[in-house]
Design a binder for this molecule. Sequence first.
Ligand code: PEP
Ligand code: MG
Length: 828
Amino acid sequence: MSLIITSPLRGWATALDSVPDPVFADRMMGDGVAIQPLGDTVVAPCDGEVTTLHAAGHAVALRSAEGAELLIHIGLDTVMLNGEGFNPLVAVGQTVARGDPLIRFDLDAVGCAATSLITPVIVTNAEAFAITRRSVDMPVGECEALMTLVPVGGDARRRSDDGISIEQAVTLSLPHGIHARPAARIGETARRYEADIHLSIGDKRGDARSTVALLALGTRFGDAVTVQARGDDAEAALAAVVALLATDMGEGAPARPAPAAVPAAPLAEGLIGGVIASPGLAMGPAARLRQADIAIAREGSGAVEERAALIAARTDVRGRIAARADAAGGSVAAVMQAHLALIDDPELLAAAERRIADGASAGFAWRGAVHDQIDALRATGNAHLIERIDDLVDIERQLLSALTGTPTEAETIAPGAILVADDLLPSQLIALSASGLAGIALARGGPTSHVAILCAGMGLPSLVAMGDALDAVEDGTILLLDAEAGHVNSAPSPAETDAFAQRLTRRAARREAARAAAAEACHSADGTRIEVFANIGTVDDAALAATQGAEGSGLVRSEFLFLDRDCAPSEDEQHAAYQAIADALPGKPVIIRLLDIGGDKPAAYIPIGAEENPALGQRGIRVALAHPELLETQLRAILRVEPVGQCKIMIPMVASLDELRAVRASTDRLRGEMGIVTPVEIGVMVETPAAAMTADLLAAEADFLSIGTNDLTQYVLAMDRGNPAVAAGVDALHPAVLRMIGETCRLAATHGRWVGVCGGLASDPAALPILIGLGVTEISAVPGFVAEAKAVVRRLTLVEARAHAELALQCKSAADVRALARAFEETR
Ligand code: PEP
Ligand code: MG
């Protein structure tokens, strides 16, 4: 169980190395963090008992309920002041709660008299508690997270029942349990030690060096896992793995493919419905990928020979995967890294070797080892883990192909075909993508599988989870794959084929024309100015957005600076990043969203306790307001960007007017302090039904409103945007969401404020005419869709968009809205 130590003082947190006293800098008293104080009251950094209060009143020690011993030493050489300027507020033996005042001191007087005011906060029983995270080089407020401790020995560590190993329980802080990436990190750490290290939960146990074994534990956030170590360096190994497991390992939100949709209404004859893994249209002959079994002998021809064959095949496959990882970037490289961890997995190898020793052939042994792990993953019942089975099957087949010299089926698909398969492996998809596939239709698979993510990254129209109906599709049948409506037409009439072909031709011509006119300003056909911006996450995205014709950025997801690290970025670091983004979009508006952390985007150094329902807990602006220093550092960094005013501020997850007022008050105060007279616009994101329904109240005081349709959809439909089990229903074109958008625009107009859309709906061509018709005048889309979005707007008149939106509001389902949008597009 980890323990968060919060700051006992308001001030600037810094590493102990910067304390000009070797007693502290050299950790003679223990490890910790130092604070340069800005406040005059030392408060309890955790619940506990006061164990020492120095007679001079300058130092206090506490023992937390968990046994951590902490010393807070105000200033250096302050013992000489003999209590002058210090006012202790507690007595030894007193029980205190986090935040209770312990000592008040005269900041000015002590500051003048002491060598330094720097205040070390030390964990004095470092042998029992390791610091797994600490906040340094950043401002901290009283009761903000300063350090995370995990017990590494003592009571927490005990001898295992076998009498040889030592073990310790740890509660998982990983938001999604031990997935592939954390499993790889644990393996990496474990490999630094000689000791055997195992993790167990309930009756499941897995080698810490084995990704598959760790996945098969099926762990979740908050699970208590026991780490066991045995061997010469068991103590150190146990401490290292426990320390790692106690952190969230920088795990952010899981990668998510394009929103999925399935038609709710019964489908017409010949149509097979599916979940959209990657949107788009494709037409072509069905090419069935049959996953023929690779024949392998059961019996081996001797352990030495079979083992050598297995190692040679592994080396071969490893080389090929590594070469693909090097040649590719983005999602392909990430998937290849996951496959490398599997091919190197010691548990798989050991299991295969055991079988070989029992007389099996290399192939039979490998297949058996992989299938044991597949069964274990399936038994977890965890949808995310079950989707990783694809990856295991993939490396099974790759190794068997290498062993037997069987060519992969991928090489036999003709260009322009629509691949039809029961399922597809990531490596097959990567091999096929070079052969010019038109689209993909899979009977199984899920919208968060690696294949779905890869398809979305490649822009390859794809449907998954189409079911057994796909079995009836014969090789060579012309298919019309509509990964916007969510179906395949497997028996199109000549008229339907013609119409679809025309749609495709029109699309291609329009895309070409759109690209040619990407740089021009965007107006509707009847002259209304609609701004088309891009969503960006990094400086590279900003440069890409500029080349795509973006007229600015309607959403800079500033989280990119905050996730996957141990402490918050400094003001200077943030300022440099925001300035670089502004410079990449010269003269164009850049809307920086304030830190949107919490929910599915945890940052370990911002302490948010385990929440039963994180999506409804500490998220977005709620977190920033609870950590004013964090908020003010970010505001200052934005306000410093030149020219002042190019960057606007946007507040995420607003649920009430007070939140806007609080941010505006801080911004105005900081502007005053910084001598900035130019006003800086502040807008709110409409992501909660509360914000949508009170858009008039917000618009009275906000400079603009921007609708985050991803979250708005999740909260309006009460469907988790990251849960594959409800993915098919999470469609932002649901009439309930559209009515919320319409209402937001109507209410904002009463105060003359503009409304934009920066959620995923802004990148959905079916949605744009409806959004414009509802009154949206700014669209912030993914950079690659900017040119097309401009083209869609240019073809529209406001009158027809309004009439179309009115019909959409009256639709009975998202599927009906999509059908209406298709009909609208076809008439144009
Ligand atoms: C949204 O919710 O639509 C949005 C743009 O924010 P996020 O980063 O949460 O997707
Ligand atoms: Mg959001």
